[in-house]
Ligand binder design. Structure first.
Ligand SMILES: [Zn+2]
Length: 308
C-alpha cells in the first residue's frame, strides 16, 4: 500500500476510533498485540511526560506524568490494556515525570526500573524509591553509552547524562538543576529513530553534540525537551538531529506557556512539523522500521514519513 493511501486510511480509522472513544486501530474485540513494528504514544497527561513504547516483545513506559494527572495516566493505560511494563524509564526525578509512578506500580506489573540515579529530597521521590523497594523491583541507573534492548530489534541508546554530570548534581550558576541530567536516549528500530529528551536543557544538548558523532544524533522525530520550553531545543541541536517533527508533551493553557513561541519559531525555521498533546491529544507514531506514520487522538492531522 502506498504511503499516502495508508495515511488516508489511518486518518479515517482514527476518526472512527475517536468517535467511539476506541483506541486507535482497535475497532472491536481485544486490542491486538503488536506483533511487528514499534508504536510510540506520547500520552496526553497534561503538563508532564508519559510515553508508551510497544515493541514486538516489550512494553516500555518513559516517565509517568504529574501527581495531579494520575487519573489521565490511569485511563490511558487502561485504554491501551497495559498490565505489564517490562521497563519503566524515569528521565529525572521531577514531579511531572515521576508523579504517576505510584499509580503505575499499583496498576501494572513492572519488571524493571531505570533512572538517572540522581537523588532529590522531595516526598514524591521518596515515595517512588519506597515503592520500588517494597515491591522488590530491580532498578538500574543509565549512563551515556548504555544500550537497552527493548526486544524485537528495538534499542534505546543512552546519550546523556555522564557519571561526571551526575556527580556534579546538575549544578548551574550555583544551583542544582535536575533537568540538566535528564536521561536522553535515541529509540532505534530499523531505519527509524526518535530522540527522547526528558527535560534536558541547552547545556545538556550542547554536551551531547560535543560527545557524540553526528550519525548518532540524526533522527526522524524529536520528543521536545522540557515540554517545548525556551530552555531547550537550541538551534545547533535541532540542526544536528534533522528531525521531521517535534512532539511536545504539555498541558492545556499551562502556566509555563509551553511550548514557547520562540521554540515554535525554531522548529519552523528547521522545517519541523509540531504535534502537541494539549491540542492534538495523545500523539501516536507507528513504524515498521522503514517508514513511519503519525496520528493524533483528535484526528486533526496524520502524517507519513520516511528516513531522509
Ligand atoms: Zn517536566
Amino acid at each position: 500500500m502506498g504511503k499516502a493511501v495508508w495515511a488516508a486510511l489511518l486518518a479515517v480509522l482514527s476518526a472512527i476510533a475517536a468517535a467511539f472513544d476506541l483506541p486507535l486501530g482497535w475497532l472491536g474485540g481485544a486490542p491486538p498485540p503488536v506483533e511487528t513494528g514499534v508504536t510510540v504514544k506520547v500520552l496526553a497527561v497534561g503538563q508532564g511526560d508519559a510515553i508508551l513504547i510497544r515493541t514486538p516483545e516489550q512494553t516500555v513506559l518513559v516517565d509517568t506524568g504529574d501527581t495531579s494527572e494520575t487519573g489521565r495516566l490511569r485511563s490511558a493505560l487502561r485504554k491501551e490494556s497495559v498490565r505489564r511494563i517490562d521497563k519503566l524509564i524515569v528521565t529525572h526525578p521531577h514531579r511531572d515525570h515521576i508523579g504517576g509512578a505510584a499509580t503505575v506500580f499499583r496498576l501494572c506489573d513492572v519488571k524493571e526500573v531505570f533512572d538517572n540515579g540522581q537523588p532529590t529530597t522531595t516526598s514524591v521521590y521518596r515515595e517512588y524509591l519506597k515503592a520500588i523497594r517494597k515491591q522488590g523491583i530491580p532498578s538500574r541507573t543509565l549512563r551515556d553509552g548504555d544500550e537497552l534492548d527493548l526486544g524485537g530489534g528495538a534499542v534505546l541508546r543512552v546519550l546523556s547524562p555522564t557519571q561526571e554530570m551526575v556527580d556534579e548534581r546538575g549544578m548551574q550558576n550555583g544551583k542544582v538543576n535536575l533537568n540538566l541530567n535528564s536521561l536522553v536516549a535515541r529509540l532505534e528500530y530499523g531505519d527509524f529513530s526518535m530522540m527522547l529528551t526528558g527535560d534536558a536543557e541547552a547545556l545538556t544538548e550542547m554536551g551531547i553534540l560535543k560527545r557524540h558523532e553526528p550519525e548518532m544524533l540524526r533522527c526522524n522525530l524529536l520528543k521536545a525537551g522540557h515540554h517545548g520550553s525556551r530552555t531547550s531545543s537550541v538551534t545547533a541541536f535541532l540542526r544536528a538531529l534533522g528531525a521531521d517533527a517535534a512532539l511536545v508533551s504539555c498541558g492545556e493553557d499551562n502556566e509555563y506557556h509551553c511550548p514557547h513561541p520562540s521554540v515554535l519559531a525554531r522548529y519552523e525555521a528547521e522545517d519541523m512539523d509540531v504535534y502537541r498533546t494539549d491540542r492534538d491529544g495523545t500523539v501516536t507514531v507507528r513504524t515498521d522500521g522503514k517508514t513511519y506514520i503519525i496520528a493524533t487522538e483528535r484526528g486533526k492531522k496524520a502524517a507519513a514519513g520516511t528516513k531522509s
